[in-house]
Design a protein around this ligand. Structure first.
Ligand code: NAP
Ligand code: ZN
Ligand code: ZN
Length: 348
């Protein structure tokens, strides 16, 4: 199938218009005409090869929403015209113990990423900075028409990446929870932790975000540049979700955990982070990570958002302004997620 979008051809050049082929839809596939695609910081890491595993040409984008334009003969979940969403993965082996347990991101064979990956036939996958995508219905989500579609897009990555660990560690009423970094992931973590009934403390380097953090649901806001402000919370948190994209000191946050508390890091800075053994030994603390979420849990999150009227705070941008959007994400200058309006993609 003919597709077109924007691609990076190496780690330094700007993204440019790109024509490419997708597979012809099979019996289990849906074709989604993409209406909006969020800009995740992972797009920037991968376009710039900061994780050392980039494959070019790369069409980024894994926060995808749009309308179904065709369905294969065996598809039951969608019909033409339905809203649909696609996230960070488009396939997994389906038979390993993790896939069977609906933990597909941890597929033993390795899940297939929506872009910058090879599918099980060895074909390069291309993401959502494009006009359309072909995905097996099992890896495609239903979207409620109740919500603003553009603002739903970031739920497909930023939403599930924060929802999943907050659920896994039972964040809710009676728990003191921290969210580190008020960016695309962080602002969703804050909204969910607040919605689940926890006492939420937002940690931020940006004084300009204090009022926003409170509006988004923070009970307290701590400016992390001030060590005494952090020290006041020593040994008091049940759970901290670290959503920072760059180098920072994890030990500062480990020290804030109470007995058996957990720090879950979902951020993916390019360099390793160092741990002081004393910071985890004290209070029998745990340091963990978490990767997006399983298919069933992602649908559960989308349904939860429709029920509780939760979406991302977004700024719409056009596809010809990707370079500017990337620079602004790196400066923390977006409230709080850029979403590309795919109507701005020129006809090929
Ligand atoms: P983002 O929108 O750029 O937000 C990152 C936030 O981190 C910034 O807004 C800023 O918040 C804080 N920050 C940035 N530089 C910092 C520094 N040097 N020191 C301390 N804080 C800093 O990025 P995102 O899209 O939310 O993604 C965050 C990270 O998660 C990225 O590394 C991304 O690749 C990763 N990610 C992981 C998964 C997963 O499955 N685990 C999924 C998606 C993304 P303040 O201004 O509030 O300080
Ligand atoms: Zn992402
Ligand atoms: Zn598997």
């Amino acid at each position: 199938m003919k597709s077109h979008g924007y691609a990076a051809h190496d780690k330094k050049s700007p993204l440019v218009p790109f024509n490419f082929d997708r597979r012809e839809p099979g019996p289990n596939d849906v074709v989604v005409e993409i209406a909006y695609c969020g800009i995740c910081h992972s797009d920037i890491h991968q376009v710039r090869d900061e994780w050392g595993q980039s494959i070019y040409p790369m069409v980024p984008g894994h926060e995808i929403v749009g309308h179904v334009t065709a369905v294969g003969s065996s598809v039951t979940k969608f019909k033409k015209g339905d809203l649909a969403g696609v996230g960070v993965m488009v396939d997994s082996c389906r038979i390993c113990e993790n896939c069977k347990a609906e933990a597909q991101p941890y597929c033993v064979k390795g899940m297939v990423g929506t872009y910058n990956a090879r599918d099980y036939k060895g074909e390069l996958t291309f993401g959502g900075y494009s006009n359309n995508i072909v995905v097996d219905e099992k890896y495609t989500f239903t979207i409620s028409p109740k919500l603003n579609l553009a603002a739903v897009a970031p739920l497909l990555c930023a939403g599930i990446t924060t929802y999943s660990p907050l659920r896994h560690w039972n964040v809710g009423k009676g728990k003191k929870v921290g969210v580190v970094g008020l960016g695309g992931l962080g602002h969703m973590g804050l909204k969910f932790a607040h919605s689940f009934g926890a006492h939420v403390v937002q940690f931020t380097t940006s004084e300009s975000k204090i009022e926003d953090a409170k509006k988004l649901g923070a009970d307290e806001v701590v400016i992390t540049k001030d060590p005494s402000a952090l020290a006041k919370h020593a040994g008091s948190f049940d759970f901290i979700l670290d959503c920072v994209s760059a180098q920072h000191n994890l030990n500062d946050y480990l020290n804030l955990l109470r007995l058996d508390g957990t720090l879950c890091s979902v951020g993916l800075p390019e360099q390793p982070l160092s741990i002081a053994p004393f910071a985890i030994l004290a209070n029998r603390r745990s340091l963990s990570g978490s990767m997006i979420g399983g298919m069933a849990e992602t649908q559960e999150m989308l349904d939860y958002c429709a029920e509780h009227n939760i979406v991302s705070d977004i700024e719409l941008t056009s596809i010809d302004k990707l370079a500017e959007a990337y620079e602004r994400v790196l400066k923390g200058d977006v409230k709080y997620r850029f979403v590309i309006d795919m109507a701005t993609l020129p006809a090929k």
